[in-house]
Structure formats: structure tokens, C-alpha cells
Design a protein around this ligand. Structure first.
Ligand code: KG4
Ligand code: ZN
Length: 355
């Protein structure tokens, strides 16, 4: 008999729920994206929290309906409780706590960035350590070396803007709107990546940190110095988008593979919203071939925020019975290393759990 986990994700502007069984079979995956933010050119935190409150119940019901299970079939409730927008996290966490309490099942809290990485197990459940993961999202850019489940090291991180944030800011400069990543990727398809060479941040050998705020300033200065109205030239917009994207991809790929090679890490994972970018994925595949390093990604639909990744990240914790007390809090503190408060707690163990 299967055990089912109902998982929630509400850390930013997506209200999502998914059902998975403890063998990594995904039974449903529902994502409600809040389009209301488009008109403000970015996520408005207070609006995001209120939208989560409005939709979380129906998203949960739809996830159960698609999975063809009922609340009584749920064996654990999982939720990402950090990092993210604090108001948004609290909505998902409170809902998950209430549901776990009312059903008498354990609560599992998951780090959102770790969930981005664990999304690869939806296609490769048996993935083994060691591996190097580059997590690139709207709020994070981190290079994390998993020697084992317990030995996790941050090899590098951004010192200023995250990669996704750079995409969003430059898209705004180019008048492409929000969210910037997919729009820059689309515009760049018709552009020349060598049209202008924008800077690559922190290029010194052995420096595995990232920096993207100088790049954003360089794009902004370049546009101003041209004295041109970009909106009058689709080709110019495409060329600048392609040249900007090339700079981001170069920094991400060169640092990731340089670290993997120097530490002889056999596998590289690319995860997070920016990992949905096909040009970036192609570059990682090329680098992997060149250096004999295996490269894996989550499926594109599991790269941007979703609850299937939270469900996948909850499975190892469920198997080890690492549950959270109902007093656990949400936190906006940045970072990938597991910082939720799961711990063995016999009072929360459900009898029917069979590991
Ligand atoms: O992981 P995610 O969905 O949310 C956060 O945890 O932040 O990542 C969202 C970020 C946004 O900055 C968005 O512009 C970027 O991922 N993104 C992309 C693409 N799709 C989403 N960036 C580049 N190319 C894409 N195709
Ligand atoms: Zn995310």
C-alpha cells in the first residue's frame, strides 16, 4: 500500500499543491500563478500573501482530486517554510499545520532551495552523492557541494543580485515586463549574443562567488549611451537581450564547471527557476560533454516554483521520520542548507508509517 504526502509551496507568487507517494510517483501537481503582479512589474509581497489565502484551499482540493485520493488517505503534510517572502510562507505553513493537526498526521518542513535541487529525483529517484548543484532562482544563486546528505558545503554564492533577479531587472530596462527570465530568453532567440560584450563578474581564478549587479549597470549604461529608443527596434532589443544572457550564462557555467573539475565531482545539477532557460541548459550539456561530467536538470515544468519539488524533498525526511513540531516557524533567512526544524518526534509518528 502506498503512503501519500500532500505538499504545499507558497514562498513567493505561486500557490501550489502536489501529491506524491513515498516511491516518488507524482500523483498530481497544481500550480496557481498570481498574474496580478504583472501590472506592478514585480511581486508585491502583501498582495502575494492575500492571494495565497484566497486560493490555497481550492489548489489543495484540486491536487487531491487529480490524485484521486481523499483527505483521509494523506499520511503526511509537507510545506516549504524558508526562505521566501515571510507573509507568503506563513500562509502555506499555517494551512499545512492546520491540515496536519486536523488529520492527525505528521508535518514535514522543507527548505525551498533544497526542494529546487531535489526536483531532479522526480525523474531520478536513485540519484547518489556526491554532486554539485547550482541553484539559480529569483532570490538565490548558490553553488552547493553535496559530498553526502550530511556533508554539504556552500562553494559559492552571489554577493549581490541573484541570476533571476538580474534577468528581471534587465527585462524591465528593455521594456519586456515581468517575469523577465522567459521574456529575455524569448527575445534573445532572435539576437546576436556577441553583439556587445558585457562584463562577467568576479572572473578571478578560484573565486566561485557570483556578482550580477555590475552587469545590470553595464546594460543600463550601454542603453543610455546609445541614446536610442529601444522600443523602436525589436532587433536591438533582441541583440541586447542575447548579449546580456550570454554574460550570465558564461559566469554560471564557467564557475560551476571550474569548481566541479577542481574538486573532481562527477555530477552537476542545475536547478531553480533560471534552470528553465534552454540556452543555459544547452551550455551546461556542452560543458558536461567537454569535461566528462554528468549534467542533470529537473524537467522544465519542475524548475520554476511548484509543490512537486517540495513533495520530493519531503520523501527522505518522511522515510527517516524527521517531522516538525506544530510550533515550527517560517523564516525568510536565505540559504540552501536545510534549516527547517524537522526532528525525530515520536509523538507525531503515525502508526501506519511503514518505511
Ligand atoms: O525558482 P523561481 O520560480 O522562484 C524563486 O524561488 O525565486 O525562480 C524565478 C526566477 C525569476 O527571476 C524568473 O525571471 C527566472 O526564475 N526565470 C528564468 C526563466 N524562467 C524563469 N530566467 C531565465 N530564463 C528562463 N526561461
Ligand atoms: Zn524558487
Amino acid at each position: 500500500m502506498s503512503n501519500y504526502i500532500l505538499a504545499f509551496e507558497s514562498s513567493c507568487d505561486d500557490t501550489a499543491a502536489a501529491v506524491i507517494d513515498d516511491k516518488y510517483n507524482l500523483c498530481s501537481n497544481v500550480v496557481g500563478t498570481q498574474v496580478i503582479h504583472d501590472r506592478y512589474g514585480g511581486v508585491v509581497p502583501e498582495i502575494a500573501s492575500r492571494e495565497h489565502v484566497k486560493t490555497i484551499m481550492s489548489v489543495a482540493a484540486e491536487a487531491l482530486r487529480q490524485a484521486k485520493i481523499e483527505t483521509g488517505d494523506i499520511d503526511a503534510v509537507a510545506v516549504s517554510n524558508n526562505p521566501g517572502l515571510i507573509g507568503s510562507l506563513i500562509v502555506g505553513l499555517s494551512f499545512a499545520k492546520g491540515l496536519a493537526w486536523s488529520l492527525g498526521v505528521p508535518l514535514i518542513t522543507v527548505n525551498h532551495m533544497q526542494a529546487h535541487i531535489e526536483a531532479v529525483r522526480l525523474t531520478e529517484p536513485e540519484l547518489s552523492y556526491p554532486y554539485l548543484a547550482l541553484v539559480v532562482s529569483g532570490g538565490h544563486t548558490e553553488l552547493v557541494w553535496f559530498q553526502s546528505a550530511e556533508q554539504v558545503h556552500i562553494a559559492g554564492r552571489t554577493l549581490d543580485d541573484a541570476a533571476g533577479e538580474a534577468f528581471d531587472k534587465v527585462a524591465k530596462l528593455l521594456g519586456l515586463g515581468y517575469p523577465g527570465g522567459p521574456r529575455i530568453e524569448k527575445a534573445a532567440r532572435d539576437g546576436n549574443p556577441d553583439f556587445v560584450r558585457f562584463p562577467r563578474g568576479l572572473r578571478q581564478k578560484g573565486n566561485y562567488n557570483f556578482s550580477f549587479s555590475g552587469l545590470k549597470t553595464a546594460v543600463s549604461d550601454w542603453i543610455r549611451n546609445q541614446g536610442m529608443d529601444l522600443s523602436s527596434s525589436l532587433q536591438l532589443t533582441a541583440d541586447v537581450a542575447a548579449a546580456f544572457q550570454a554574460s550570465v550564462i558564461d559566469s554560471l557555467a564557467s564557475k560551476t564547471f571550474s569548481f566541479a573539475r577542481s574538486s573532481q565531482i562527477p555530477t552537476v545539477i542545475l536547478a531553480g527557476g533560471v534552470a528553465a532557460n534552454r540556452t543555459l541548459r544547452d551550455r551546461f550539456i556542452d560543458e558536461g560533454r567537454k569535461w566528462g561530467i554528468r549534467v542533470i536538470f529537473p524537467e522544465i515544468r519542475f524548475c520554476t516554483d511548484n509543490a512537486a519539488m517540495v513533495a520530493a524533498a519531503a520523501i527522505p525526511l518522511y522515510r527517516k521520520r524527521l517531522f516538525s513540531p506544530l510550533t515550527v516557524n517560517a523564516s525568510s533567512r536565505k540559504g540552501t542548507v536545510q534549516s527547517s526544524k524537522n526532528m525525530p518526534d515520536p509523538s507525531l509518528r503515525k502508526k501506519k508509517i511503514d518505511v
